[in-house]
Design a protein around this ligand. Structure first.
Ligand code: ADP
Ligand code: MG
Ligand code: ZN
Length: 478
């Protein structure tokens, strides 16, 4: 059978590192990039006799995430031990949540090419991250870094409602933007702050039972997730078409070869011997506590999008692009307020800025300039100090060597020529050098004017004021 004869079923388990200042059960800092084993203490290194104390902020952040995804918040929750051995897990168990997660039964809406679709959120629970093994490239062994041990995570488990790699991509982007908006995680995928376990199965179209799934662990780039899913679907179709059965197992995606490899057989819940952590008290939340968090939630992407349609008259497509990232959305609103030209700011964001972000695979949070500087760029065009073609070059500079647009223009000598005498000089020179175009224009070929203006622009390396050029040429050619 062909691939079209199968339906793809995908469910995601997404881990997001919370941006609390301190770890989940001790007061060590959570910041990324410190020297190995400098953010550790007896608790997160599991010294005998130490006791964990739950960081209240972790509960608050998880509840925020639950409310933002329309989950029911459990008022009676607890922590459980998930037992397994791994060298980066010094306690030999991870404190997680098993049968009483903080949040359940939520949903996220995505706008797929086939229309709007609701993806169910099974649960969101809190847990601690493990440390990290640094494998020595010369094969002499591995070094363990426990800075990450005890960094708080939420795990967001989706229902198996996703039906294609496109839907997975949209779902993950939506989830990422929600977590950014409510400021519970910085979601930096390259730093592993947001990573997904991707469960994939296939079944014959029309079948009512799900097929056996495989799970690809710890994926942290949109591009690899799409590639890995496509590869895994083809692989499973092949297995079944050849009379085999898909085995339930954990896979590792290898970006270089573009293939998945078996890591281990799938373990069951009973392999983990879950039990309530006797060192931690139950988590009881009052109605008031939950309501206060609900009230403190900021405006979410969906509502911002609606507002952009009515308040700024953006197109649906542009509003979607801008609100997909809280950073872009803030940039848009703040810059628009400063320069009072939302239309221009919108254009910069969806065209040149988006293009550069795509080309450099940069996340919007990494944009090196701020809303004031973007607003200044727009105002410099509006005032006629620079032309929009020069402005494009200024923007590239702002990405490469971030500084104020005025400084860039000064340094580069890019100020627009609006001096009448100087413009006239160029116009006369161009007219003299292009007698054919002059004749064409006089013979009624309007297009020739555009050519002459282009020549004048070339002559001034894009610095001449285009409106003035146009006018001056028309006058001289009368
Ligand atoms: P575990 O915690 O053991 O990995 P769960 O039952 O909690 O297993 O499911 C984990 C994820 O796998 C969920 O996101 C769920 O939607 C997804 N999933 C479950 N069954 C399937 C299936 N047959 N095909 C694809 N995804 C599945
Ligand atoms: Mg799993
Ligand atoms: Zn610690």
């Amino acid at each position: 059978m062909a691939r079209e004869d199968y339906e793809v079923v995908i469910g995601l388990e997404v881990h997001a590192e919370l941006s609390t200042k301190t770890k989940i059960f001790c007061s060590c800092p959570t910041s990324f990039g410190a020297a190995p084993n400098t953010h550790i203490c007896p608790i997160c290194t599991a010294m005998p006799g130490t006791l964990p104390v739950l960081n209240e902020k972790v509960v608050e952040y998880a509840v925020r995430a639950g409310l933002a995804t329309e989950c029911t918040i459990s008022q009676d929750s607890k922590n459980d031990r998930k037992n397994y051995f791994y060298p980066d897990l010094p306690k030999a168990y991870q404190i997680s949540q098993y049968d009483k997660p903080l949040c359940e039964h939520g949903k996220i809406e995505i706008d797929a090419s086939t229309g709007r679709k609701t993806i169910g959120i099974t649960r969101i629970h809190i847990e601690e991250d493990a440390g990290k093994l640094n494998h020595d490239e010369f094969g002499r062994g591995s070094l363990v870094d426990l800075n990450r041990a005890g960094v708080p995570l939420i795990e967001i488990v989706s229902e198996p409602d996703l039906r294609s790699s496109e839907e997975v991509d949209l779902y993950l982007r939506k989830l990422k933007s929600i977590l950014e908006y409510i400021e519970v995680s910085d979601c930096k995928m390259q730093e592993g702050s947001l990573r997904a376990d991707v469960n994939v199965s296939i079944r014959k179209k029309g079948a009512t039972e799900y097929g056996t799934r495989t799970e690809m662990k710890n994926m942290n780039s949109f591009r690899s997730i799409t590639r890995a899913i496509e590869y895994e679907i083809d692989r499973q179709v092949d297995v079944i078409d050849n009379g085999g059965e898909v085995e339930q197992e954990t896979l590792r995606w290898d970006e270089v070869s573009g293939k998945t490899f078996s890591m281990r057989d799938k373990e069951d819940a009973q392999d983990y011997r879950y039990f309530p952590d006797p060192d931690l008290v139950a988590i009881k939340l009052s109605d008031e506590y939950i309501e206060n968090i609900r009230k403190s939630l900021p405006e979410l992407p969906e509502s911002r999008k609606q507002r952009y349609l009515t308040e700024y008259h953006l197109s649906e497509k542009d509003a979607n692009i801008i609100t997909s990232s809280k950073y872009l959305s803030d940039l848009f609103e703040e810059a628009s307020k400063i320069c009072n030209n939302p239309k221009a700011v919108n254009n910069w964001i969806i065209s040149d800025i988006s293009r550069i972000l795509n080309e450099t695979e940069m996340d919007p949070v990494e944009i090196p300039f701020d809303s004031k500087q973007l607003a200044k760029l727009v105002m410099l065009i509006d005032k006629g100090t620079i032309s929009s073609s020069i402005a494009k070059k200024v923007l590239v500079e702002m990405f490469e060597h971030p500084r104020d647009p005025e400084d860039i223009i000064d340094e580069k000598g890019w100020v627009q020529i609006s001096d009448e005498g100087a413009i006239k000089e160029v116009v006369m020179k161009v007219l003299e050098n292009n007698p054919q175009s002059v004749a064409d224009y006089k013979a009624g070929k309007e297009k020739a004017l555009g050519y002459l203006v282009g020549q004048a622009m070339k002559e001034t390396r894009g610095k001449a004021n285009p409106q003035m050029l146009n006018q001056m040429f028309k006058e001289e050619l009368k």
